[in-house]
Write a protein that binds this ligand. Structure first.
Ligand code: KG4
Ligand code: ZN
Length: 334
């Protein structure tokens, strides 16, 4: 049988992650060591702290992934690693670890784009049906990506300023909620009323781009003005109203693009795809459409290495291997 087993590593931001994935769609093990506690007191990810923690944890996390999967490096067919985009110091820890393993065990090395990883997390749910559309919503990215065929990603829309997750985190911070703010706002929003009118940036007719900085500013101004007037806004109402604006534009543009490109499958991935409000709105919007909606479980939406193993599967089939000169890239086109 020709089904490969790949050890995958992901260290682009604040999770040190390793996984063993077979054939691009079967998770043998998936280990994520979160650094959230270390960054929380700074209110966000501190690059220097991230790099140091990755260095401390990477060997432990890789060993744990192998142990949990009851496999050895000798049984691996390749080592895959996120090469970008992300924090360059953080990425380098993963890239160097992957190179060391590849070199010492004579394994092919595969460099994976972080966003391709998020998108290919859909493989664990079901096989792709092309053409497909992926909405990638994370702390660093908000993109609509068209897939006409396997492994070819066309960005048809993206944020012009803040990423959706970034807006969540900033609004949460303004509400005095701890980092990361997305899950906090999500939880609050479920208890609140959508009684505050926040703007939605639809942009030019036909554009699939997004913009969240105006919405973020509107929330800040509303909080500031209420504070000045001594009014008491309920944080859950602010959260619910903010979330409505975000979800509405994400769902609407995804729907429009899905129809325009006549896709067979719509995929929602990235950290913000963990959002309950967004998941529900997407399900409502697509339930009567003649296309599959795929939203991976929460643990495969936020950063993890299993998704890197899934994306690496495509490169493995094409024998697109990296050399020992593989570098890490803060910015990298999909
Ligand atoms: O994909 P991810 O883990 O890391 C990046 O590649 O950015 O995404 C992290 C982002 C953070 O901004 C976090 O606040 C957001 O995803 N997030 C959420 C939820 N869970 C995580 N945003 C809204 N609702 C959630 N439940
Ligand atoms: Zn991510």
């Amino acid at each position: 049988e020709n089904i490969e087993t790949i050890l995958a590593i992901e260290t682009s931001c604040d999770e040190t992650a390793a996984a063993v994935v077979r054939g691009g769609n079967t998770i043998i093990s998936n280990v994520v060591a979160s650094q959230i506690e270390s960054h929380r007191r700074f209110g966000g990810v501190v690059p220097e702290v991230a790099s140091r923690q990755h260095t401390e944890n990477i060997t432990i996390v890789v060993d744990e992934a192998l142990e949990k999967g009851e496999v050895t490096l000798g049984q691996m067919d390749a080592v895959a690693v996120t090469k970008g985009p992300g924090l360059v110091g953080a990425l380098l820890v993963g890239v160097n670890a992957a190179k060391a393993i590849a070199f010492s065990h004579d394994l092919p090395l595969i460099g994976v784009h972080h966003i391709a990883g998020h998108i290919e997390a859909a493989r664990f749910q079901q096989e792709w049906k092309y053409p497909a559309l992926a909405l990638v919503v994370s702390g660093g990215h908000t993109e609509l990506v068209l897939l006409r065929e396997e492994g070819v990603y066309e960005v048809i829309g993206e944020t012009r300023d803040d990423a959706a997750g970034e807006a969540y985190d900033k609004v949460a911070r303004a509400l005095g909620l701890p980092y990361p703010g997305g899950p906090q706002i999500d939880r609050l929003a479920q208890k609140g009323q959508t009684n505050i009118d926040f703007p939605i940036a639809w942009l030019e007719e036909g554009s699939y781009d997004f913009s969240f900085s105006g919405l973020k500013s509107a929330v800040m101004n509303t909080l500031h003005n209420a504070n000045q007037r001594g009014e008491n806004l309920l944080p859950e109402d602010v959260a619910a109203s903010f979330q409505r604006s975000v979800v509405q534009v994400l769902v609407e543009k995804t729907k429009r693009a899905a129809v325009e490109y006549n896709v067979q499958q719509v995929v929602v991935v990235g950290g913000v795809a963990a959002n309950q409000g967004l998941r529900k709105a997407m399900e409502d919007q697509f339930k009567n459409e003649n296309m599959d909606l795929v939203i991976p479980p929460l643990s495969l939406c936020t950063d993890n290495a299993a998704m890197i193993g899934a994306a690496a599967h495509i490169l493995w089939k094409k024998k697109e291997f990296a050399t020992m000169a593989l570098n890490a890239y803060a910015d990298l086109d999909l």
